[in-house]
Design a protein around this ligand. Structure first.
Ligand code: ADP
Ligand code: MG
Length: 758
């Protein structure tokens, strides 16, 4: 994008730019402060994770752009979604950053200089100087900006001093190499980080730009004046009853809520919406990571970015382009990548002490031995002086490898998870996932499908069992459905659905109150109705031993029994079956084998049902009969006993437990906006298979972060000692420093690679 396409007129409000070539959280801060100082700017925030800069105030885009380029970073004008994601273009975009271009120029001079040295040419010094100049330009400017913004001795300052110092003592080759390799290292880190960011941004590329809208023929000229089919006079204007609807191709941002769009077989769904007509299996992998297509028909929710299967679908748009699930997901990922993990905060704190510490030791090393012991300060033909050692230490003082060690890992891991339909809300939760010892599961809707069906019912009327279609049973179902209609519990839906399927009459209930984890109560036709778990009724005297026997038999099969009471008399029971999810067992096995974590099921259902379900999914421990607050207390107790606890739930009757856990993992978040926003980790799909995968990812991320930090620390320590004792040359320090930064960056980036997962 050329300069001229930027608006020179002052913009009021918010400007958003994508910055390229940012390779450290430090540069993000320097950039942020530099732009915030511009006249007219009220606020500026730079998101290091996403590479986005937001500027508020009244300032010309060109001015902001100039400031950013002056510090050596690139600006990408294409901030509209759907414009990213091309690998080839990434290279070109990086070359748009002047810092990278000068690095390249510096490398060319360096190469020429070494060639000249080999050929014994007298151009050597000139070429090294030119290389050094090219390499110095941006680090010096950025270092100056950092000093001016009182950000202390950042790495640009250190490297600039080291290069200038080496130059001053006549070590031209070292001077040029130090600074050019430093710039190259930064550029490569920038490139790898850019790739990690790209991998999330490329999700936006999934969104289509255009959609086919179904528009009724309006104000039809050719049919004006004709008698309306419904006899309401002559047609004048409005929707034409005779013409077919028009199909129009429009840009998605122009679609309003309620618009109806047509999605052909095989096409990508352009907007979030609800299916109005048609039936199709939809591949939701881009959003949820689920590999199997999901069958959808009228009334089902569909997501932008997913791919339609065999059937054509008419979809009513429910979200504007900017707040569809895909957009929200990407936004949350970008926010998550910005959250500092505890490891990162530790490193930042450490670097704040480490760098000034090493610099002061370096000053002492340069000054004291020559002053007190008469040692040589400058280089002499017999060897290096103490200034040389001090310069070497400045290079080692650079915290580059340390500060890049954790963010690159966090960004890569969060990107990798997002591409598999799992949202991790920041480095902190990633670290906790890596440390989790116990995973607690809610039963209904989590280990089971949460779509229970009424499979049997029986009333206390004596001859009920002998009649297949018992009128009293149906009456009981009518009354139960009346109160359950106000509850959103999966069991409630099963009851209402069964009543509807049987075509029974509908009664209205009043004063309905849900008893979380137990049942519901309300008034129907003046009598008090109570529907819920058998425990709610255990003081009822009307339960015969035979009745209790039947209830218990059903429960031992893993079916949930709800009793229906009217005016304190038990009318009968409803048996509901909610089969375990097909992959629960495999997911739990993978968790306890591969990840060595303890699995616990928490359920409000009674012990018999719980035991049957636990048996079929293979969960290690069961806690039954729990009210929502018991689940919370249990989570806390598990944490106290074993260490970090993850709680997996669907958000029904388990919200307190999700909040109490060290990390709350919500299932099926694509469908519920609230779960997506509030969970610490959101599984977009209804698929437990993603769980062992993210746990493994967390573990790897934690391992890599720890390794990276220790690696950088030990390397620095060794070289520090070597530098003071004169065993390390400037060369070694430069290669060790750049090598370490690159190594930890690439090590963190491994998490992006597909192979590691599933
Ligand atoms: P889970 O822990 O398995 O997700 P809940 O805590 O949601 O289960 O519910 C526990 C028990 O409470 C259910 O098995 C059921 O007996 C009773 N219950 C809860 N809500 C309702 C309701 N709306 N209608 C009838 N029974 C209910
Ligand atoms: Mg539940």
């Amino acid at each position: 994008m050329s300069e001229c396409s930027y608006n020179l007129v002052k913009m009021k409000g918010e400007i958003e730019l994508v910055i390229t070539g940012m390779d450290c959280a430090d540069c993000a801060l320097t950039l942020q402060k530099s732009v915030a100082r511009l006249a007219g700017v009220q606020a500026c925030s730079v998101n290091f994770g996403s590479g986005r800069m937001r500027v508020n105030g009244s300032v010309a885009v060109a001015v902001v752009n100039r400031t950013v380029t002056a510090l050596g970073y690139g600006v990408d004008a294409e901030t509209t979604p759907g414009q990213h994601g091309d690998r080839q273009v990434l290279w070109l975009r990086l070359l748009r950053s002047p810092r990278n271009v000068l690095t390249l120029v510096g490398m060319v001079f360096l190469g020429l200089a070494f060639a000249a040295q080999a050929a014994d040419s007298n151009l050597v010094t000139t070429l090294f100087s030119l290389g050094a100049l090219a390499g110095l330009y941006f680090p010096t400017r950025a270092g100056w900006a950092a000093l001016r913004n009182r950000r202390g001795l950042d790495m640009n300052v250190l490297m600039t001093i080291a290069a200038l110092g080496a130059f001053a003592i006549g070590e031209y080759a070292e001077a040029a190499t130090v600074i050019v390799l430093f710039s190259l290292g930064e550029a490569l880190e920038g490139f790898t980080l850019e790739r990690a960011r790209e991998s999330v941004r490329s999700l936006t590329a999934l969104a289509s730009d255009e959609a086919t809208v179904v528009k009724p023929c309006m104000d039809c000229e050719s049919h004006r004046g004709r008698a309306m089919p419904d006899g309401s006079g002559n047609y004048q204007a409005g929707p034409c009853p005779w013409c077919d609807a028009h199909l129009l191709t429009v840009a998605v941002e122009s679609l309003a809520l309620g618009a109806v769009i047509l999605v052909s077989p095989g096409e990508r769904i352009p907007m979030d919406g609800v299916v109005r007509s048609g039936q199709s299996a939809i591949n939701q992998a881009p959003i949820t990571g689920e590999s199997m297509p999901v069958e959808k028909n009228a009334g089902a929710q569909v997501f932008a970015g997913t791919v339609n299967g065999e059937g054509a679908l008419e979809i009513e748009v429910t979200h504007l382009e900017r707040d569809n699930t895909l957009a929200r997901m990407i936004h949350l990922v970008e926010e998550a990548q910005e959250q500092k993990s505890p490891a990162q905060r530790f490193v930042d704190r450490f670097a704040r002490v480490y760098t000034p510490g090493v610099v002061s030791v370096a000053v002492a090393v340069a000054a004291l031995p020559p002053l007190l012991l008469g040692e040589p300060f400058l280089d002499s033909p017999s060897g290096h002086g103490w200034l040389y050692r001090a310069l070497t230490m400045l290079v080692i003082a650079c915290p580059c490898a340390l500060v890049i060690a954790t963010p690159v890992t966090v960004i890569s891991a969060i990107s990798a998870a997002a591409r598999r339909g799992v949202l991790i809300k920041g480095g902190a939760f990633l670290e906790i996932l890596g440390r989790v010892r116990v995973v607690a599961f809610d039963k209904t809707g989590t280990l089971t499908y949460g779509r229970p069906q009424l499979v049997a019912m029986e009333c206390t009327n004596g001859d009920c069992t002998t009649r297949p279609d018992c009128a009293d049973c149906n009456e009981m179902l009518v009354v139960a459905a009346a109160v359950e209609r106000s509850s959103s519990h999966p069991l409630a839906r099963a009851v209402v659905q069964a009543a509807e399927q049987r075509g029974l009459r509908q009664l209205r209930a009043s004063d309905v109150r849900t008893l979380p984890g137990r049942g519901v109560q309300g008034k129907v036709n003046g009598s008090a109705v109570l529907v819920g778990s058998p425990e709610l009724f255990h003081d009822s005297e009307f339960l015969s031993p035979a009745f209790c026997e039947q209830v218990e038999t059903a429960e031992r099969r893993g079916q949930t029994v709800m009793l229906v009471g009217e005016n304190r008399v038990v009318r009968g029971y409803l048996v509901v079956s909610d089969p375990p999810r097909g992959n629960s067992r495999a997911a739990l096995a993978a968790l306890s084998d591969g990840n060595a974590v303890r699995t616990v099921m928490l359920t409000g259902d009674n012990a018999a049902v719980a035991a049957a379900v636990a048996e079929s999914v293979g969960v290690q421990q069961v806690r039954a009969g729990m009210l929502p607050e018991d689940k919370m207390v249990t989570v806390q107790a598990l944490a106290a006993e074993h260490g970090a606890v993850a709680m997996v739930g669907d958000g029904v009757n388990d919200t307190p437990a999700l909040a109490a856990a060290d990390v709350g993992i919500a299932m099926g978040s694509a469908g519920t906006a609230q779960a997506l926003e509030t969970a610490d980790v959101a599984l977009m799909g209804d698929d437990l298979a993603a769980l062992p995968v993210v746990m493994r990812l967390g573990r790897r991320a934690l391992r890599i972060m720890r390794f990276n930090i220790w690696f950088a620390l030990i390397l620095k320590g060794v070289f520090l000692v070597a530098a003071v004792t004169g065993a390390a040359s400037l060369w070694m320090a430069v290669f060790a420093d750049m090598g370490a930064s690159l190594f930890v960056t690439l090590n963190g980036m491994r998490l992006l690679r597909e192979k590691l997962l599933r």
